[in-house]
Design a protein around this ligand. Structure first.
Ligand SMILES: [Zn+2]
Ligand SMILES: [Zn+2]
Length: 181
């Protein structure tokens, strides 16, 4: 079952746990300030599983979306397939979040409070999507970037500055040495 709900009631999570497959329109991220809003081209596909543990609810999640981001070297936009997984512990009110005491094996866990009745799924997923985008994205591993002199995108071809730089190669001096008698 694929749903577009953005919150879940504590009462709907049975003792044996609950799995949800969600599909969110990227417009749901519209609540973010524009500068920090990721450019998401596809709906967000989200898989969540919930299980009660003590008083808290543990949520394991995964999210996939097609994003568009700018390469830090050549400044071109490119498609970036975002795929991430995360884990949250939702603590009921009156209980201090104690991430150190959550015994769940290895891996990061975010402890957050909820009102004890309803868990809002938007904030944790949006947080993870924002954290999941690379801070220094590169369109490809061997992106050649922009020419520092004329600004030409060197992935799309050379520029005249490149040819001039070639003649200043430190190895050019070897050619002149050989010619000496
Ligand atoms: Zn690039
Ligand atoms: Zn150039």
């Amino acid at each position: 079952m694929t749903a577009s709900i953005t919150s879940i009631r504590r009462a709907d999570i049975p003792a044996q746990g609950l799995r949800l497959e969600l599909c969110w329109d990227a417009a749901l991220l519209g609540q973010l300030p524009e500068a920090s809003r990721p450019d998401i081209e596809s709906p967000l596909r989200i898989q969540l599983s919930f299980r009660p543990e003590g008083g808290r609810i543990i949520m394991d999640g995964a999210c996939q979306a097609q994003c568009r981001i700018a390469c830090v070297r050549c400044l071109e936009l490119f498609h970036y397939p975002l795929s991430l997984s995360f884990r949250y512990a939702f603590e009921p009110p009156g209980r201090p979040p104690a991430p150190g005491s959550v015994q769940l094996g290895s891996g990061d866990i975010e402890a957050v409070h909820y009102d004890g009745e309803q868990i809002d799924l938007l904030p944790p997923v949006i947080e993870q999507v924002c954290l999941g985008l690379p801070a220094y994205p590169h369109c490809s591993r061997d992106c050649r970037g922009l020419c520092p002199q004329c600004g030409t995108n060197l992935n799309t071809g050379g520029c005249a500055c490149g040819a001039a730089a070639g003649t200043r190669s430190p190895f050019a001096v070897l050619g002149t040495l050989k010619k000496k008698p």
